[in-house]
Design a protein around this ligand. Structure first.
Ligand code: PAF
Length: 326
């Protein structure tokens, strides 16, 4: 099976390294030429903090190219699955031009972004393709351009949003199905705890709630996830964000597990030492995903005539931080 991985950040490198390690055909599409050169020279190393042996794949076992050649390569030599691991901002930015030559191609595109709003955009850009959503709790930190730390093993759940298919795309009628099962098997062979789900929307909305509470507050207070529970003032603010978000879900007929608040506290405990993806972006002076996380909750609320002041406020706070501090 041939995989194209667009984005060589932490998750992209983790997927590429683990898949290439099983002998799968992997093409990695990077933003910078420098990263392609380094990947070809040094390969990919996946290391662990718990003392497990690192996995290294040589640069000769996969290809690394700059992303502007992706469409051309798909037309000349199509892959089976494209794994899109870039941030939302990139999807909403340069992807329109990048994907336009592939408008009539039947790709399988799997989207790993946090938040909401990218799936419909990609389906619009690729109307003949199957756009899949992936939700993962795998934790990865990129150490160098070629090395990633697999900081926590999690789950990887893949499915089609009900926006595009009435049954989640698993009905046996869909020509992509058999392929999807083989894809999940390939991920499992690479060491991922992967599964297909008909409930991917519910999983995305659950993750959105978790991210909307944990990510901005860790970014503003510059603390690892577990520190959110260190004072009752912090927990109160988390709870206020949560309560406002579930009011939006209720008004939008989005169902969620009534124990999601407890699940959020549990994520903080289980990932206590982790730096959230939003804090990592802020520390690296990168633009964050706040517009697609808390911003999407604001937009959902507005569509239902709700004001959502806390999420709106927190978007402003985080957006105001993403300039290099002097
Ligand atoms: O975005 C993240 O960093 C993670 O999904 C989580 C677990 C919410 C915070 O580390």
């Amino acid at each position: 099976m041939k995989f194209d991985i667009i984005g060589a950040g932490s998750l992209g490198l983790l997927l590429a390294g683990m898949l290439a390690g099983t002998g799968a055909e992997v093409r990695v599409w990077c933003r910078s030429r420098q990263q392609c050169v380094e990947l070809a020279r040094s390969g990919i190393t996946v290391s662990y903090e718990d003392g497990s042996a690192a996995v290294s794949v040589p640069g000769s076992s996969f290809k690394a190219e700059t992303v502007e050649h992706y469409a051309q390569a798909q037309l000349a030599d199509p892959g089976d699955w494209t794994l899109l691991t870039v941030k939302q901002k990139v999807v909403h930015g340069e992807f329109k031009a990048l994907l336009s030559p592939l408008k009539h191609c039947r790709l399988n595109m799997v989207c790993f972004q946090n938040g909401w709003g990218h799936l419909d955009l990609l389906q619009e850009l690729l109307p003949a393709s199957a756009v899949w959503a992936a939700v993962t709790t795998e934790a990865a930190k990129r150490k160098t351009l070629t090395e990633v730390i697999h900081a926590g093993r999690g789950e990887l759940c893949i499915g089609r949003s009900s926006q595009f298919t009435a049954d989640g795309g698993l009905d046996g009628q869909n020509s992509f199905n058999e392929n999807a099962f083989s894809f999940v098997q390939a991920l499992a062979a690479a060491g991922f705890n992967a599964s297909l789900s008909k409930e991917v929307d519910t999983i995305i909305y659950r993750k959105l709630l978790i991210n909307a509470v944990i990510n901005p507050l860790t970014a503003i207070w510059r603390v690892p996830n577990g520190e959110l529970l260190a004072s009752s003032e912090r927990v109160q603010i988390m709870k206020a964000l949560y309560t406002e978000a579930v009011q939006v879900y209720d008004a939008s007929d989005i169902s969620y597990d009534p124990h999601t608040w407890e699940a959020i506290l549990e994520v903080c405990r289980a990932t206590a030492g982790n730096i959230s993806s939003m804090l990592a972006d802020v520390l690296a002076s990168r633009e964050t995903e706040i517009s697609w996380i808390n911003g999407s909750i604001v937009n959902m609320g507005l569509r239902r005539g709700l004001e959502v002041p806390l999420h709106r406020w927190i978007c402003g706070l985080v957006d105001g931080m993403t300039v290099r501090e002097r």
